[in-house]
Design a protein around this ligand. Structure first.
Ligand code: DGY
Length: 303
């Protein structure tokens, strides 16, 4: 159980009313932490490395987000509980995934630029024609909560749904394929796996080469799952298209992508709606409060 006046460090002011329920909270970015802090027992952080040596009395790290790949969970055990925010961001992330699928396949951003630049002099169909979304095949890499939310949306768009995961699961959301077959059979590949040692660089140059000409790759998960340089080469060649919300070295984006018409770029906004971010704060705070009361956290991370 945490001490009576529990000191919480928050790396920023997290959105929503739940944040105000924390009594003893100090807002401080981790980069500003220079000296050991004996008074801090709880931390809210958005997937950043935590300097455990400077927080010797830490009891809980409440990660604001489902992905916690930058937190050394093994180093926290057994004394520090790590929690995350699964579930509450599935719909927002699946919605953004679909926004990117639609934007890339239907060339929405290019069309918008054409209109704004005064280049709409006749029919847009004089330009390169877009690709249908309905009736095409989507391959979902990772059929967890977010991947399943994407599959449900895909059904509504009359897409054929294939998926890969560590093993086939009993589901009517789609047909299982091994990863290589998924890549070669899909018009749209969308990535929903967590970043782990097994998934870093999983979609490498060879696998990118399996994508069909004109295929669309969407990534709202983690940039590191795709070999970024190989992806840049494929995009620069114009062979495939992409919708990317995540990158290896955020906030840096490979400069080669910035002028390409065949890629839509967003700044890691999968969960960035007011309702979803407030729900994430709610869950992170509820985890902190549960540990403060001596109760089990709601959504602990299992390492
Ligand atoms: C997550 O939850 O891991 C997202 O990437 C943060 O928005």
């Amino acid at each position: 159980m945490l001490a009576a006046a529990v000191k919480i460090l928050a790396t920023r002011r997290y959105p929503g009313p739940a944040f105000e329920e924390l009594d003893e909270v100090e807002v401080l970015p981790l980069s500003a932490l220079k000296e050991p802090r004996e008074d801090v027992e709880g931390l809210i952080v958005a997937n950043e490395p935590v300097p455990l040596d400077l927080l010797p009395r830490l009891r809980i790290i409440a990660n604001f987000g489902v992905g916690y790949d930058r937190i050394d969970v093994a180093a926290c055990a057994p004394g520090i509980v790590v929690t995350n925010t699964p579930g509450v961001l599935d719909d927002a992330t699946a919605d953004l995934t679909f926004a990117l699928i639609l934007a890339v396949r239907r060339q929405v951003v290019e069309a918008d630029h054409l209109v704004r630049s005064g280049g709409w002099t006749g029919s847009w169909s004089e330009g390169a024609l877009a690709e249908d979304v309905s009736g095409s095949t989507v391959g979902i890499l990772g059929l967890g909560r977010i991947g399943s939310a994407v599959a449900r949306r895909a059904k509504g768009f009359d897409l054929r749904v294939l998926y890969t995961s560590r093993r086939p699961v009993e589901t009517d959301l789609g047909e299982f394929r091994e990863l290589d077959a998924l890549l070669s059979e899909s018009d749209i590949l969308t990535i929903h796996a967590p970043l782990t040692p097994e998934t870093v660089g999983l979609v490498d140059a060879r696998r990118l080469g399996l994508l069909r000409d004109g295929a669309c790759l969407v990534n709202t998960s983690r940039g590191e799952i795709v070999d970024e340089q190989a992806l840049v080469r494929e995009l620069v060649s114009g062979r495939i298209r992409a919708g990317l919300d995540v990158f290896w070295h955020e906030p840096q984006v490979p400069p080669e992508l910035l002028d390409l018409p065949n890629v839509v770029l967003t700044p890691h906004i999968g969960s960035a709606t007011r309702q979803t971010r407030e729900a994430m704060t709610r869950l992170a705070v509820d985890n902190l409060l549960a540990v403060e009361r001596g109760e089990p956290p709601l959504t602990p991370v299992t390492s």
